[in-house]
Design a binder for this molecule. Structure first.
Ligand code: GUN
Ligand code: FE
Length: 425
């Protein structure tokens, strides 16, 4: 435990609540057994004998959480961004994901994904793999080695996709999911399984019922997609005519929050009723602004979700999103909220940078427990940022440096990373 007990010194920035950024210049973050014992302007006597990690002059922020990312889509990020969701899935996503039957290809592609995720400012992620058990386990091995804490889903899909990627039946999909869970049970410290029905159009009623049964037996969290695109939403209504709205289709199978810790990506087009159910069931929304822009899905009313105190974080949604950077996702969230305010709904004020920072840290981090802040009791995931590359004659406050960093810093400016109080590299 010794390596998880130390003092971090630097220009500390973290959220006190969704609206308030706390900054401490030349502050001390005391880490005891991987958790914060508090942030201090002057180091209390009792902690002076602890090892000091001295990052004086550097910004130190909580690690960022990516609540929604597709590992097998990283290889073609930035390509084929001229289509909308359903055509893009057919033309780009399914043919690429079919390649993960080949473990050699998976090893190459997932190696690049895991390496880049490790290098950047993200310390926690909820990751979609594909419907291939072997490649999913390989991805879990690679992610475990990064030191990041992740949840990884073997994707379920038994309808409405080409034979190359469709599972042969609901029964086969469920059995293979159990095999995957049994195969990986107890194998990893930091990498956990998450149930991952791709979305309602990809999963038959029988498969959803079988997954609900697996969820109850194994107590798994769940991730999927919700109300991303108009064509998708209309299709779900056809496929599940008894459902009152898209989220109700998941709820009808017992797979929408409540006892099932759930993340739904997007919620661009959620109705008032759907938003009420999201709130009542404590469902997390993964807001993915870059993906929603690239696929021309629209802009999620994130101000509304924030003001309603919904569980909320940011997702890169690579390869809907072309960038894996959650710093970039913060800037995108602010910019998209401005366009939404200007063009669609003047009652929904744009997000501020401190609000976007909260989404990327404590907001999304809370899916993993007390994660994403330096307040006492939080697990210390921390990222050290060197903003000296961004030259200016101005004298900036810590908050201004952070604000500028959200727009301008890149992975190469991350100079040190800690996960649960351990240096990751
Ligand atoms: N809906 C179902 N599958 C996907 C996917 O891979 N990406 C996005 N953005 N939406 C989806
Ligand atoms: Fe997605």
């Amino acid at each position: 435990m010794r390596d998880k007990t130390f003092v971090l010194k630097g220009d500390l920035c973290y959220s006190k609540d969704p609206r308030t950024l706390e900054t401490v210049e030349n502050g001390y973050l005391v880490v005891l057994e991987g958790r914060s014992a508090g942030v201090f302007r002057d180091l209390p006597e009792e902690y002076r004998a602890l090892p000091l990690e001295d990052w004086t002059g550097r910004l130190v922020i909580p690690g960022l959480t990516d609540l929604h990312v597709h590992a097998p889509q990283y290889a073609f990020r930035g390509l084929g961004m001229d289509l909308e969701l359903l055509d893009w899935l057919e033309a780009r996503v399914f043919p690429e994901e079919a390649k993960y039957r080949d473990l050699d290809y998976a090893r190459k592609a997932y190696g690049i994904f895991a390496g880049d995720l490790k290098r950047g400012a993200t310390t926690r992620a909820c990751v979609f793999a594909t419907a291939h058990t072997g490649a999913t386990e390989l991805l879990m091995d690679l992610l475990e080695d990064t030191g990041l804490v992740t949840m990884v889903g073997r994707v379920n899909m038994d309808r409405n996709c080409p034979d190359t990627i469709r599972e042969p039946s609901a029964k086969a999909s469920a059995e293979e999911t159990v095999r995957w869970l049994e195969d990986t049970a107890g194998k990893y410290r930091r990498t956990k399984p998450i149930l991952t029905p791709r979305f309602i159009p990809s999963c038959s009623d029988e498969l959803m019922e079988r997954l609900a049964d697996i969820q109850r037996r194994y107590g798994l969290p769940l991730q999927s997609h919700l109300s991303e695109n108009e064509g998708e939403r209309a299709w779900v209504q056809e496929l599940c005519p008894a459902s009152r709205f898209y989220g109700d289709a998941y709820a009808s199978f017992g797979l929408f929050g409540g006892d099932v810790r759930t993340i739904m990506a997007h919620c661009v087009l959620s109705s008032d009723e759907e938003i009420s159910l999201i709130r009542d069931r404590g469902v997390y929304i993964a807001h993915c602004p870059q993906s929603n822009a690239n696929l021309a899905s629209g802009v999620a009313p994130v101000r509304r979700y924030l003001d309603a105190d919904l569980n909320l974080g940011l997702g890169s949604d690579v390869a809907g999103g072309s960038s894996l950077s959650i710093l970039r996702a913060m800037a995108d969230a602010v910019q998209c909220s401005k366009l939404h305010w200007r063009l669609s709904d003047q009652s929904l004020a744009p997000l501020t940078v401190p609000e976007a920072f909260w989404l990327a840290t404590a907001g999304g981090g809370s899916f993993f427990g007390p994660v994403g802040s330096f307040a006492p009791g939080y697990e210390v995931d921390a990222v050290v940022l060197d903003d000296s590359r961004l030259k200016t004659p101005l004298e900036l406050t810590i908050q201004e440096r952070l604000e500028r960093g959200v727009y301008l810093l890149e992975d190469r400016d991350v100079i040190k990373k800690y996960g649960s109080g351990t240096a990751l590299w």
